[in-house]
Design a protein around this ligand. Structure first.
Ligand code: F6R
Length: 605
């Protein structure tokens, strides 16, 4: 998704501004650019390609000036071309802007401007705004008034930052339904579409709300309502994310680093105060109907959670994909519990809005502080997993799953479906999990890598599991598809014989998520499906637990985890499958941290 950055300083900021868009790279983009004011003139450089490619041509990091804006673009309106890349400059070269979101009425504005003789350089919706700025400035001769007048003409969802040679000391910023934050430094200030734009320079941030605009100077800022110009007092947040955790820390990819962050991520999830966890459990208990919602990986986390609630609290809450949520008739008294790493996902956000409009209570587990979803729900749990830079979700998804396990346990106790004694035992299992994760990461990565290397050529996979291991299989298949570009289908193991079995032959590989033998019913069902594949000549690989001789006898290859509690077992398997996908993609030479066609946060519909 597109990324915005802006800096107002007293010193040359070319290098810092360049770094700031590098820190936004993980959002996914196809072009980038920067604009700076140098000796009263706007210098604009942009092109298509990755940051380093564009820098090699445009020398972005050598740009001069103490005020500037920058952008990483993920094409929506208009193809991937240099003209369509941001920033966009006005014809008189006095205004330059970066924009995220969509100006929904841009066609009619463009037609009006075209009829007035304006010549457009790009096919973007954004370029109309820079022309509106030029037009309204000629009318008002006042930059703030011109900015507001131009804003009055556009509809849609947007965050925009403008730099103009008419005011060399300020950036003009506005936020409407697309994230924008300020970073407050010493003698300098920042603006960004997410914290990573300025986290390297300051930890003090302000989250802008919809309908607010800012005149941002290096020592001061004024936040006002677009509607009536009223000044707004905002809370300054101290961001406790460690900058180092957002860097690769010696790993070859963010994905691997983030998998190895998982013990710490679970520790953080354990630190979430019990009141917050029981707050969610109470909301669920009070609801007439409750729904779990997410999309992509978070939908699978919702599916896994469905099993936790049913096993531990004897409650069935349907899990729905956010993009399909509108099939549900919501009424007052209902409740929706959403999961979102970024807190900005369009489908999840719109479905929460839909639920709220129909009177439902809302709650969410979110990773990014100040994100739209975290601000819009009635109750939020900040998962505290730290920045997840790799496009595919690993540590954040694991932490969400773990947090949902905590909520299900709390609900189970509340609803007297588990005893206090069982609760304590489960709690101890959860507390020992971070250490278990450390152990399996250290002990298993070599085995996983070997199997992944030996099978990386396989183009079709079935990932199979029973009970809670079924959504784990689906999530793992998604991971595999995302980063290897090979086909993997997640399916209930028992479903196989109802059709898909016809595909089985030696080239077809299956990855089974085998429960602990003590989970007898699930274990037997899984083993049964494994035998069906084996007897038809298919290749069977298992993620299983040590000491399970029956399973071992059926597999071609196996990743054997140490015995652990049945609560944590599916989570441990999820980690192994993340690692399996990682090493397969590594062997195939894929762009692991930024898989083709994907973006970290999908903020458009
Ligand atoms: C998969 C992945 C995506 C996201 C989905 C929701 O690895 O990362 O499927 O899970 O786009 O994103 P968030 O969690 O930011 O709402």
């Amino acid at each position: 998704m597109c990324g915005i950055s802006g800096i107002v300083h007293s010193e040359n900021i070319g290098r810092n501004l360049f770094n700031s868009i590098r820190n936004l790279e993980y959002r996914g983009y196809d072009s980038c650019g920067m604009a700076m004011l140098q000796q009263g003139e706007l210098d604009l450089r942009k092109n298509v390609g990755g940051i380093d490619e564009v820098n090699a041509i445009e020398k972005l990091d050598q740009m001069q000036g103490s005020i500037g804006i920058a952008h990483t673009r993920w094409a929506t309106h208009g193809g991937v071309t240099q003209e369509n890349a941001h920033p966009h400059l006005s014809p008189d070269r006095k205004f330059v802007i970066v924009h995220n979101g969509i100006i929904s009425n841009y066609q009619e504005l463009r037609e009006r401007l075209l009829s007035q003789g304006v010549v457009f350089e790009s096919l973007t919706d954004t370029e109309v705004f820079v022309n509106l700025l030029e037009e309204s400035y000629s009318k008002y001769n006042d930059l703030e008034k011109a900015f507001l007048a131009a804003l009055g003409e556009i509809k849609g969802s947007f965050s925009i930052v403008m730099l103009s040679s008419h005011d060399p000391d300020h950036l003009y910023c506005v936020k409407k339904e697309s994230p924008l934050l300020l970073g407050l430094g010493e003698g300098c200030n920042y603006v960004g579409s997410d914290l990573n734009a300025f986290l390297e320079y300051t930890r003090k941030a302000i989250v802008l709300d919809d309908g607010e605009y800012v005149v941002l100077g290096r020592n001061e800022y004024q936040i006002r309502k677009v509607e009536n110009g009223e000044l707004v007092e905002k809370k300054v947040l101290h961001i406790d994310w460690d900058v180092e955790t957002s860097k690769k820390g010696g790993y070859s990819h963010y994905m691997l680093k983030e998998i190895f962050d998982e013990p710490q991520t679970v520790r953080q999830a354990l630190k979430i105060p019990r009141e917050q966890i029981s707050g969610f459990a109470e909301m669920l208990t009070d609801a007439t109907h409750a729904y779990l919602m997410g999309v992509g990986t978070t939908y699978y986390v919702a599916n896994i959670s469905q099993y936790f609630f049913s096993t531990l609290a004897n409650q069935y809450y349907p899990a729905l994909s956010s993009d399909e949520f509108s099939v549900v008739r919501i009424e007052s008294g209902d409740m929706v519990l959403a999961l979102s790493q970024s807190g900005e996902t369009y489908d999840t956000k719109t479905s929460l809005e839909y639920a709220k409009t129909h009177g439902a209570k809302t709650a969410a587990v979110v990773n990014v502080m100040g994100s739209a979803i975290s601000m819009m729900v009635d109750q939020v749990i900040m998962q505290g997993s730290g920045p997840e830079i790799c496009v595919v979700s690993t540590k954040a998804a694991l932490a969400q799953t773990f947090i949902m396990l905590r909520v299900a346990l709390e609900l189970g106790l509340m609803r007297k479906q588990i005893t206090q004694k069982d609760y304590q035992t489960h709690q101890q299992d959860l507390e020992s999990f971070p250490q278990m994760v450390e152990q399996i990461l250290n002990e298993q990565s070599g085995f996983v890598r070997n199997i992944a290397r030996a099978t990386s050529h396989v183009e079709h996979w079935l990932f199979l599991g029973c009970g809670v291991y079924y959504p784990v299989a689906m999530e793992s298949a998604l991971k595999m598809k995302e980063i290897t570009y090979q086909h993997a289908e997640g399916m209930p193991a028992g479903f196989l014989k109802h059709g898909t079995l016809s595909m089985v032959e030696p080239a077809l590989h299956t990855l089974f998520f085998v429960p602990l033998p003590e989970q007898k019913v699930l274990h037997d069902r899984t083993l049964n499906a494994m035998e069906q594949v084996k007897t038809r000549g298919g290749t069977v690989i298992a993620i299983m637990f040590q000491g399970d001789e029956r399973t071992l006898a059926v597999t071609n290859q196996a990743i054997q985890l140490p015995q652990m509690s049945s609560l944590c077992a599916p989570l441990a398997q999820m980690i192994m499958a993340q690692m399996f996908a990682y090493y397969a993609a590594l062997d195939l030479g894929r762009n692991i941290d930024k898989p083709r066609n994907l973006a970290k946060s999908v903020t458009v519909g």
